[in-house]
Design a protein around this ligand. Structure first.
Ligand SMILES: C[S@@+](CC[C@H](N)C(=O)[O-])C[C@H]1O[C@@H](n2cnc3c(N)ncnc32)[C@H](O)[C@@H]1O
Length: 282
């Protein structure tokens, strides 16, 4: 029988997972601005941050968006970053010199900040919140009049083959790897659905921009090792419990899926990212 999705258990696992992978995530991906992380600069531009803005970065992780924001803010500005992962927040604190910044361990589904912000950013976080509608509504409430939300999410499975090349065979060979209803990284990859999600939460003038980035993970073997070590960290033990034969089958299928992205022995993956903005006009 397939396990039932439990949002609390999911968040506990998610927190532990990000505490494990945060350093690798930061130093190999986010801070290098490789592939999807080219959006870090774009999302801050879209948010039109002014030097005296009060800005909240939701699911700030290791602080790459926060860092970009801090470079625009002046002495009257304020920057608050919240995240579930203490390890990620520790990296953010160390890498950001801006004086008026605070990084707080907090669940985005229970934002306990009694304060009005001018801007809220959320890069690659929205899809991880089981009750994303609740998060968007509470973000709108902590924005002042004409305050802006800017979010970035990954595209659909076919537009982000880095994830789907290996995940698809995992799901085919181990269908109960995760309970039905578990949030996926592609959850808001459809521009119309992303727009509707923000509109339903009460945001006005919602716009969605599509970026087509590229990510080059090296050879198939390098991609496989990196994916299994970091991206699949939270499900690796479960995959390994099925034994080497299943893992070989998954790997063979993934290799076939990857073939169309190979150029001169190296993989070149397209990577679609959507960035949405919305205003609070209440
Ligand atoms: C892909 S990372 C994005 C981090 C950062 N925004 C960036 O662009 O590098 C996702 C982050 O979401 C955080 N996260 C997941 N669920 C969360 C929740 N319910 N509340 C706060 N943070 C959460 C994780 O701890 C992780 O740091």
């Amino acid at each position: 029988m397939k396990p039932v999705f439990d949002p609390t258990q999911y968040k506990i696992t998610s927190k532990a997972n990000w505490n494990t992978v945060a350093p690798e995530y930061h130093y190999n991906w986010a801070d290098q601005q490789v592939g999807p992380f080219k959006s870090t600069v774009e999302i801050v531009k879209l948010a039109k941050i002014k030097p005296d803005d009060k800005v909240l970065d939701v699911a700030c992780g290791t602080g790459v968006v926060s860092k970009e924001i801090s470079q625009v803010l002046g002495p009257q500005g304020l920057l608050v970053g919240i995240d579930l992962s203490r390890t990620a927040l520790g990296i953010a604190k160390k890498s950001i010199a801006f004086q008026n910044s605070n990084f707080i361990e907090m669940d985005a589904e229970n934002i306990g900040l009694d304060f009005k912000f001018d801007k809220v950013t959320c890069q690659y976080g929205l899809m991880f919140f089981p009750d994303s509608a609740k998060v968007l509504k509470s973000i709108r409430k902590i924005l002042g009049h004409k305050g802006m939300l800017a979010v970035a999410v990954h595209g659909l499975a076919e537009d982000v083959p880095y994830f789907s090349t290996i995940m698809k065979p995992i799901l085919e060979h181990i269908p109960d790897i995760r309970p039905d209803g578990t949030p996926t990284v592609h959850r808001f990859g459809n521009p119309d659905e992303l727009k509707s999600e923000l509109t339903k939460a009460g945001f006005s003038d919602v716009t969605v921009v599509r970026y087509n980035f590229v990510y080059e993970p090296g050879t198939f073997e390098e991609y496989w090792d990196d994916y299994m070590r970091s991206t699949a960290n939270s499900i690796r033990a479960k995959i390994e419990s099925h034994g080497g034969t299943i893992i070989e089958k998954i790997k063979n299928d993934a290799r076939k899926n990857a073939a169309r992205y190979e150029k001169d022995g190296k993989l070149v993956f397209p990577w679609t990212v959507l960035a949405a903005t919305g205003l609070n006009l209440e």
